[in-house]
Write a protein that binds this ligand. Structure first.
Ligand code: SIN
Length: 501
């Protein structure tokens, strides 16, 4: 396959990748890269919604800023949080103007819901609990009509190309067969989350930390990698074989659901008297962990029995139908749930324009660290982060791309290709991360895991293999090692990083 040239290369087709592409000036050629199908992404699975104070009056933004800081254990970058909240209205309005529908009342006013850590109802949603799916569907149809945007699916970005300390594109593998370079004046990493490094996650299983791995090999700076958020209520089943767990949105608790332990006792009063089931996620997940430990079980229950099943079916159609398939009726049955890995609060360090520490490379969405989440992300701030920082990246690119000359080609490195089964290595990574780098952590477990992961990563690096599975496994090993290392170094508990010694 021939090498390609583009102006802007965007790696990933979740909300941040698509929104960045739409915001790039149409006079520039954009290449959007999807590892598998274009519609596969964590954004597509997002249920809750988009947190937004939908007004221009900055005085009214203060409570969203304070809720974000409090949920993040005040470990957030306050300037970044203010930037996020103050730019929310513009970013969401732009989305609405593009034709994205959010749920409205009979009178036509937006319906706002509440999730953990929010002091007020400020979360916009679409299709009840299909926010991510609906937003992605609408943006994809816009992107597909834009003549300046080329979408390449089933193509994995293997490594960034670095010349004279700046990024000039990436090396890709298409359909597990053609290997070539895509040169770009500007490159954006929008590869999403890291869920696959754990044994159970709410993420799409394609989330193997690819952007993190690539950026690490290119020499980017990382921050806050120890802060991995576990969602408190993934649907639990004893018989589940997939590592992907179905998410039951926090918005169900926002609409009044309770948590009960296996003795059927409500327990949140012991952990957060004021906010109860609507405390931020770190507090609720840690409380569930404690209850499961004390009752010798691996799940608790979500109780919606005091709520109207008809309303729940209308408000949460995706969740209602999935639970029904598993034999539970929302509003009638207790739903078994347990925490599962959900979101990486740290990542590739960026500034307010989403620029990384390497020239011409940007990072947006979950792979980035913008400073807004602190030690624990406030619910439904992630889709908002995708919008605000992708828009900022596109603005910076539109303003600076003209000053960059067409990049020159580099030699294509020969990489061996052989048959190798990476499944046992992936399982080992997941097992160690679950056991020692999960909700509760200790020095001995973290040190042991760091040693194991360092060995895995070193061995993989020694024996390169030109396959998607090799690069995914290498990215998983590097991502997991960065998390374990940061977790070992941070001795005190903070937000979703709970150290018992
Ligand atoms: C949820 O709907 O509970 C997840 C939303 C989020 O992760 O912000």
């Amino acid at each position: 396959m021939e090498n390609k040239h583009t102006d802007v290369l965007i790696i990933g087709t979740g909300l941040s990748g698509l929104f960045a592409a739409i915001n790039i000036d149409p006079k520039y050629h954009v290449t959007l890269l999807a590892k598998t199908k274009v519609s596969n992404s964590n954004s597509n699975l997002a249920q809750g919604g988009i947190a937004c104070e939908y007004n221009e009056n900055k005085e009214l933004h203060e409570s969203h800023i304070q809720d974000t800081m409090r949920a993040g254990a005040y470990f957030n970058d306050e300037v970044a949080v203010k930037y996020l909240v103050d730019n929310a209205f513009d970013a969401v309005k732009y989305l609405v103007n593009l034709g994205v529908d959010f749920d409205v009342s009979k009178a036509g006013d937006f319906l706002f819901t509440k999730e953990g850590g929010h002091s007020t109802n400020r979360i916009l949603h679409s299709g009840g609990d299909a926010t991510g799916h609906n937003v992605i569907k609408d943006l994809l149809s816009i992107v597909r009509k834009r003549e300046n945007i080329e979408i390449i699916d089933n193509t994995m970005a293997l490594d960034l190309i670095k010349q004279d300390n700046r990024i000039t594109g990436c090396i890709v593998l298409r359909n597990q067969a053609s290997y070539y370079h895509i040169y770009a004046k500007k490159t954006i990493i929008a590869t999403g989350g890291v869920g696959s490094v754990y044994g159970s996650t709410t993420n799409d299983l394609n989330a193997t930390g690819d952007g993190i791995g690539m950026a690490y090999r290119a020499g980017c700076v990382f921050q806050n990698m120890e802060f991995v958020q576990f969602h408190p209520t993934a649907l639990y089943s004893e018989f589940v074989t997939s590592r992907q767990r179905f998410l039951i949105s926090e918005a169900v608790r926002g609409e009044g659901a309770y948590l009960r332990n296996v003795e059927k006792e409500r327990f949140m009063i012991k952990y957060d008297k004021e906010r109860m089931e609507l405390a931020p996620r770190d507090i609720v997940s840690q409380a569930i962990y404690r209850e499961m430990y004390d009752t010798w079980t691996d799940h608790v229950y979500l109780d919606t029995k005091h709520l109207d099943p008809k309303y729940l079916e209308k408000r949460f159609p995706t969740i209602f139908n999935r639970c029904k398939k598993e034999g539970y009726i929302l509003g009638l049955d207790l739903i078994p749930v347990a925490p599962a890995e959900h979101f990486l609060c740290g990542g590739i360090k960026t500034d307010l324009s989403a620029k990384t520490t390497i020239s011409n490379l940007y990072a947006v969405g979950e792979s980035s660290y913008t400073g807004i989440h602190g030690a624990n992300r406030l619910a439904s701030n992630s889709l908002l982060e995708c919008l605000v920082f992708s828009k900022a990246a596109a603005k910076d690119i539109n303003n600076s791309i003209e000053s960059i000359d067409q990049v020159s080609q580099t030699a294509i490195k020969g990489i061996p290709n052989y048959n190798y089964n990476y499944k046992p290595i992936r399982k080992k990574i997941g097992d160690y991360m679950d056991e020692h780098v999960s909700i509760v952590r200790n020095e001995q477990g973290l040190a042991l895991t760091l040693n194991v992961l360092t060995d895995i990563e070193n061995n993989l690096t020694k024996y390169p293999n030109l396959t998607k599975y090799y690069y995914e496994t290498l990215n998983m090993a590097s991502t997991a090692r960065l998390i374990a290392k940061a977790a070992l170094e941070r001795k005190e508990s903070k937000g979703c990083h709970l150290r018992i010694n």
